[in-house]
Design a protein around this ligand. Structure first.
Ligand code: G3P
Ligand code: CA
Length: 373
């Protein structure tokens, strides 16, 4: 274990203790903060606090909120019976114990997922009741061995359970915990007759969250479904972009535009007609040089701001494996490197929020770089 890992765990523990002490004093029905009123940029708990718990579990989301994240981020997929649940992908072989369930062995199959052949088990082949018999497991156990002690402890949560959790924690912590749901593979689910968008709109309406005052962002890597949601939702939308390739709905429609086109000054102006922000790969905000070191900021932040868009890049993680080479602590991929240094560079580049698997570190970094006056 590196020095960085020890510091990271200590920060996590301190954050938990601090919040636990503060919560009893501040518990109450009032919520102090509303969308857009945070001091400094936003911290979004990416898949919860997935640096410390198996991703997309209630335990991961709860830890993120207790660490001070402004938002928790469920990726949404559909079950066979049309219930939205939180998983990174429709394929769940790597994030649940489904392979250990002999009763589901025959469900293993190969699907075309956005033009890629993927083999495994898919949420759209399972009813919610069946999914609830599974338990979450750590997706990257080689990098996050400590998280594996939580394997088998947590269910796959529904969107409603995530909303219920955020409501409960908002009351307990005395601040409004936001949700930042992502529609995963919208075209894939539309083709199956399990469109995600109507269920998401229903859920937000049912919970009183389809209002500009609600602390909600909705994100997607596809464009057409965001444009559709723009007509149905009153919450801000975020266009996600990758460092390569194009939105799958563009591919399906024969539209040659790429994510690089979307983050051009012209592309961003079009995004601003239906979204309030962009969620780029962090390498689209600050590039890396040939050696893999952090290089210079691109024009993305300035161009997005000129178009009136917020910028929330992903994903900020403490392990060396995910850091620029010059911020790594050693050659061990799982050891912690200088995430504080990486975050500092992105705050200076002017980003309006970050998705982080280590929300405690992002919150601490924000406090250092944006001291409250
Ligand atoms: O939604 C922000 C970020 O999570 C996008 O990438 O693949 O981790 O959902 P992914
Ligand atoms: Ca996501």
């Amino acid at each position: 274990m590196s020095f960085g890992r020890v510091v990271g765990v200590a920060v996590a523990s301190a954050a938990l203790v601090g919040v636990a002490l503060g919560s009893s004093a501040s518990a109450g029905p009032e919520v102090a903060q509303r969308h857009g009123q945070e001091a400094g940029p936003l911290v979004i708990g990416h898949r919860g606090a997935s640096g410390y718990r198996p991703e997309h579990t209630l335990a991961s989301y709860e830890l993120a909120a207790r660490m001070g994240a402004d938002y928790i981020e469920p990726d949404l997929v559909s079950t066979k019976d049309g219930v939205l649940v939180a998983r990174h992908e429709p394929e769940i072989g790597g994030t649940t114990d489904v392979a250990e369930h002999p009763e589901f062995a025959s469900r293993k199959t190969t699907r075309d997922l956005d033009g890629v052949r993927v083999t495994g088990w898919f949420t759209d082949d399972f009813t919610l009741a069946e999914l609830k018999t599974l338990r979450a497991t750590e997706r990257i156990p080689d990098l996050r061995q400590e998280n594996t002690i939580h394997n088998g402890r947590y269910e796959v949560p529904t969107l409603q359970e995530v909303i219920d959790l955020k409501n409960r924690l908002s009351r307990e912590l005395g601040r409004d915990i936001g949700i930042y749901p992502e529609t995963k593979h919208p075209t894939y689910f539309q083709r199956l007759g399990l469109a995600l968008e109507p269920k998401l709109v229903q859920a937000l309406n049912r919970n009183g969250l389809n209002t500009p005052k609600a602390k909600v962002f909705v994100q997607s890597f596809e464009v057409a479904n965001l444009k559709q949601l723009h007509r149905e939702l009153r919450v801000p939308l975020v266009q996600l972009t990758s460092a390569s390739g194009r939105p799958y709905d563009f591919t399906a429609a024969g539209d040659p535009r790429t994510y690089a086109d979307i983050v051009s000054a012209r592309g961003l102006k079009e995004v601003a007609t239906y979204a309030a922000g962009v969620g780029p790969d962090k390498n689209q905000v600050i590039t890396r040089d040939a050696a893999g070191n952090l290089a210079a900021p691109t024009a993305l932040v300035a161009d997005a701001h000129a178009a009136g868009l917020k910028v929330h890049p992903y994903t900020f993680r403490a392990e060396n494996s995910f850091l620029p080479k010059d911020l790594r602590s050693d050659a061990v991929a799982a050891d912690y490197g200088d995430l504080f240094g990486e975050l500092r560079a992105f705050w200076r580049a002017g980003v309006d929020g970050v998705f982080s698997d280590n929300p405690d570190i992002a919150v601490a970094s924000r406090a250092e770089n944006f001291p409250r006056s």
